[in-house]
Design a protein around this ligand. Sequence first.
Ligand code: SF4
Ligand code: SF4
Ligand code: SF4
Ligand code: FES
Length: 953
Amino acid sequence: MTSKFETDFGTPAVQSDQQVTLTIDGQAITVPAGTSIMRAASEAGGSIPKLCATDSLQSFGSCRMCLVEIEGRRGYPASCTTPVEAGMVVRTQSDKLADLRRGVMELYISDHPLDCLTCASNGNCELQDVAGQVGLREVRYGLDGANHLQDQKDTSNPYFDYDPAKCIVCNRCVRACEEVQGTFALTIEGRGFESRVAAAGGKDFLDSECVSCGACVQACPTATLTEKSVIQWGQPERSVTTTCAYCGVGCSFRAEMKGNKVVRMVPAKEGPANRGHACVKGRFAWGYATHPDRITKPMIRKKITDPWQEVSWEEALQYAASEFRRLQTQYGRDAIGGITSSRCTNEETYLVQKLIRAAFGNNNVDTCARVCHSPTGYGLKQTLGESAGTQNFDSVMHTDVVIVIGANPTDGHPVFASRLKRRLRQGAKLIVIDPRRIDLVDSPHARAVHHLPLRPGTNVAMLNALAHVIVSENLLAESFIAERCDDAAFSKWRDFVAQAECSPEVMEAVTGVPAADVRAAARLYATEGNGAIYYGLGVTEHSQGSTAVMAIANLAMATGNIGREGVGVNPLRGQNNVQGSCDMGSFPHELPGYRHVSDDATRNLFESAWGVSLQNEPGLRIPNMFEAALDGSFKGLYCQGEDIAQSDPNTQHVAAALSAMECVVVQDIFLNETAQYAHVFLPGSSFLEKDGTFTNAERRISRVRKVMPPLAGKADWEVTIALAEALGYRMDYRHPSEIMDEIARLTPTFHGVSYARLEEKGSLQWPCNDDAPDGTPTMHLNQFVRGKGRFMLTRYVATDEKVNSRFPLLLTTGRILSQYNVGAQTRRTANVAWHDEDRLELHPSDAEDRGIAEGDWVGIHSRAGETVLRATLTERVQPGVVYTTFHFPESGANVITTDNSDWATNCPEYKVTAVQVVKVTQPSEWQQRHRSFTQQQQALLKGRRKVVTEPGR
Ligand code: SF4
Ligand code: SF4
Ligand code: SF4
Ligand code: FES
């Protein structure tokens, strides 16, 4: 169902250097050449009746509702399919046009239920509006003839219904699925009167190829496809623009509200990251925010075996502060630390690192980027000079060859994937480098030219082999390199990759990929125009994660694919605010803006702003905190919005470290896995309950706006301020905008960023500075941030995690579309309809060797531990490789991942674990222990001593 909170211009905007002036209803109008008459009229404030047209889709010309008269032309052309011409004179209203439109509308209404008053779309239905607009007063054909009024509804999708009785067969849904989403799940079945929309590949929507992105629902002009939430609660009354809190695409949404209740989330057409599109998570999976599992009262306990005690905010904060001070007195200033969250806003993250540096007095702050994109920060800084991706998402529409390596965008970054698929349908070429046959390898009307299914852990070997071809076959962008890159570093690199040891032929034994395929892919990337590389955690989460990021940057520089639209190095960030949490100084060695703590000038700046002296040595990283906890020197942790007990590798090690601490303070919306080891629980706020900003993978800073009051009375930023005060350190902010003002004052790349500027511009892509006050969509335009681009040597070093006869298979991990990260949110939504357990994918030949059938329980053993999952047999994985997701705590995927990590950043090597898989009949020992520990913790929660506190206290 379309939204009443935005204008629909009927057909998409057209970009053209040429302007055309025509006259519509006596008014002279100038628009870009190629614009439709419908859009021109609409931009001038007019409104031509329409049903099959909408401005997110190419015009189709089927409903005949938008007819106009054009002087000098015969007949009544459709305004949606007729482009403007200079000097054209158009009439949109006449008696004849009114008759024609009424006639068409009469036919539609003759096969449409007349239940407007009780219809969920009443007041927001284009059919209803257009019937009124054309002045339809009677329907002569009656409803007693053949009609579709008894057609069965399809209510199988958990989020929307399909009611064929209301369908006018305008085809908007089918086109939305094709053009916007790129899934091609819908067709019109039957012909003429019999024609109806059908979801392909299954008996109903849920069972079909539909991925529940909702584009069809948004495009439907009637109540045929309607959100269940709208059916249940009625039409929204107001809307607030905000930003999705799931992945790093950072889609802009309008939260459409009724009072304080979200009725639906509608992706904003003006959103630069998503251009009106969304995925099943952002559009539909927001119900977790008001889930009954939300904990909205602060709680404390002395020991993790004690029942929780609800207390006032004041008591909880005083208790946490006194414990932290006690631990520092007893064990030293560095005995405590904190973890910031990529789920939280920039302002909240900034405050947490400030609290740790200024109030704890140490640099023991880290963030979950440690376990995902820390190698991106390191690798891109070394080579290009800035720890961030180089492009915006629009850039992909100017790309000719795309390399996707170690990323699965259709699941992890679905809205970007839709944009990429659109570009592929326009003719761009795709190279996929991934051990698995991800969906992009062969999606409808968009196939990869090359899929290089390398062995897990061999990215650097593959990237060096690609570079070898580029160097040895003289495919280098020599003038770019001469002008833009450091000569000496380039020469060394060229000599290094030119060696036979880097050749595809030698590397074939390592990667498992035929040399000829690697050569062909390298030639394609280097020679076919604009080449762009998109990568994800399949690159970073390796023992050579940072090396691989540098190898990617090397490739881009060697081919001149950097510094303009359509090219670049593009990390697809996992969580919504990974970029932001890194920007905000969440690492133990860096203050906001990636400035090292040892830099005196930077430290002086913050010291005078914060009124404290700061340590000049880096603090502990997350894995070091765990080690120190087990050594007995690290005793207290403030963990905001992260679930390290589930997300970090080697779960048993993490659990032991948490158990060894004396005061764990968890701030979250649910009692997550980490909170089961906590002594203080501070209720968090969801993205719907607070103001702030997120920074997406494009470096785009976008507003998060409060649409409802915090359920626990305080937003996360307010809690951190209160904790700082309890520790005796005053933070004086009345609104997150004041925190942003401070960030902008102290961080050169955020110069001039303010809520007022964000309001004015919609969003800003940092760096913002005097040269680029409106931000920087494409980085490194004329020169690299570091001056000359620096090629880095990227020698391939095999991981220590090797297969042998005991552990003969390689496990790699990833995400699925419907679930998100540790699943704390999506598991509490109807998204479980698509994925309600993590499964182990294995190749049928490996399964046969082990006597494993589809759905069998299998034990997965690694050097770190053992867990049990059910098996899915699939040829998506190659023989010798198994794969799982990690969305459910009881799966214990991280019980088996090891402590190995990236040499430069300690980012865990999640993507390579040597395992054995055997058929079993019962859960693993760890799972049994985990189940009983969880039950015990749930009982302690249930039995908590409750107090009645005023909200906000
Ligand atoms: S379901 Fe909606 S969008 Fe699709 S054809 Fe029917 S009326 Fe048009
Ligand atoms: S929800 Fe998305 S994938 Fe499913 S049919 Fe509609 S447009 Fe296609
Ligand atoms: S693509 Fe990412 S940001 Fe966009 S709606 Fe989906 S989860 Fe949210
Ligand atoms: S809106 Fe133009 S033909 Fe349907």
